[in-house]
Design a protein around this ligand. Structure first.
Ligand code: NAP
Length: 245
């Protein structure tokens, strides 16, 4: 098992990529903290984990600093350490720039960018005291290449790359590795609303001629979380079938 006894917090683990990751990590021996704003979805993930693994659910809105601190405190009380934080929770609220409301801009910045800052601040002292830790941020190829209708989302996902590289420099000497994964188009509830025509176009543009599956990203998180990646720091791993080359 590649994550035996590692304590892993995954935000947004009630759905899509986060859920798949939670189930995979539990199979690999991790104790998984399923942190999600969606109680029902999060509890369902934990129910599946407990069939042959260990974990618990904590309700967390990443934009809420108090809840973020509580997530770290509860994890520490229950498991005594935090080895890995995956900042996977994220949302889209798309619109052309001329039509985007201030609320759409603010909400996406709040969840995708400030939410990551909140969670990192909540666990970082614990990791520094341990002298070890892994932080994985979920960016997107949209953060590297841009995408029409997603000026808010692209800004957050590009911002996460800046945060990842800054924190890799800042925290490396404390034994903490910080990396990002940049998924391409992945078949999850987030992309379910994308028109079929656009998805077909994306497949055509992708050298591997398919959309990604949640498992493709979970496997990338697994590599970065594991000791196999113990000299990987400040990296942005694109997992997109070659869409961005
Ligand atoms: P998803 O299926 O929509 O799952 C996201 C989960 O996060 C949901 O359970 C959601 O709850 C939860 N969440 C939303 N706001 C939250 C908050 N404020 N605090 C805590 N949890 C919150 O999304 P996904 O496709 O798996 O995406 C996971 C990550 O990958 C995101 O960061 C996304 O930007 C990134 N990504 C996805 C793709 C893709 O093609 N799918 C591509 C590139 C990057 P609700 O369901 O109640 O909202």
């Amino acid at each position: 098992m590649r994550l035996e006894n590692k304590v892993v917090v995954i935000t947004g683990a009630g759905s899509g990529i986060g859920k798949e990751t939670a189930l995979l990590f539990a199979k690999e021996g991790a104790k998984v903290v399923v942190a999600d704003v969606n109680e029902k979805a999060g509890e369902e993930t934990v129910e599946q984990i407990r069939k042959n693994g260990e974990g618990f659910f904590i309700k967390l809105d990443v934009t809420n600093r108090e809840q973020s601190k509580q997530m770290a405190k509860t994890t520490l009380e229950k498991y005594g350490k935090i080895d890995v934080l995956i900042n996977n929770a994220g949302i889209v609220q798309d619109a052309f720039v001329s039509k985007m409301t201030e609320q759409q801009w603010d909400r996406v910045i709040d969840v995708n960018l400030k939410g990551v800052f909140n969670c990192i601040q909540s666990v970082v002292e614990i990791m520094m005291n341990q002298g070890s830790g892994v932080i994985i941020n979920t960016s997107s190829i949209v953060g590297l290449n841009g995408n029409v209708g997603q000026v808010n989302y692209a800004a957050t996902k590009a911002g996460l790359i800046g945060m990842t590289k800054t924190l890799a420099k800042e925290l490396g000497k404390k034994g903490i590795r910080v990396n990002a994964v940049a998924p391409g188009f992945i078949a999850t509830p987030m992309t379910a609303a994308v028109p079929e025509k656009i998805l077909e176009m994306m497949k055509e543009k992708t050298p591997l001629r398919r959309l990604g599956e949640p498992r493709d990203i979970a496997n990338a998180y697994l590599y970065l979380a594991s000791d196999e990646a113990n000299f990987v720091n400040g990296a942005v791993l694109c997992v997109d079938g070659g869409l961005v080359i």
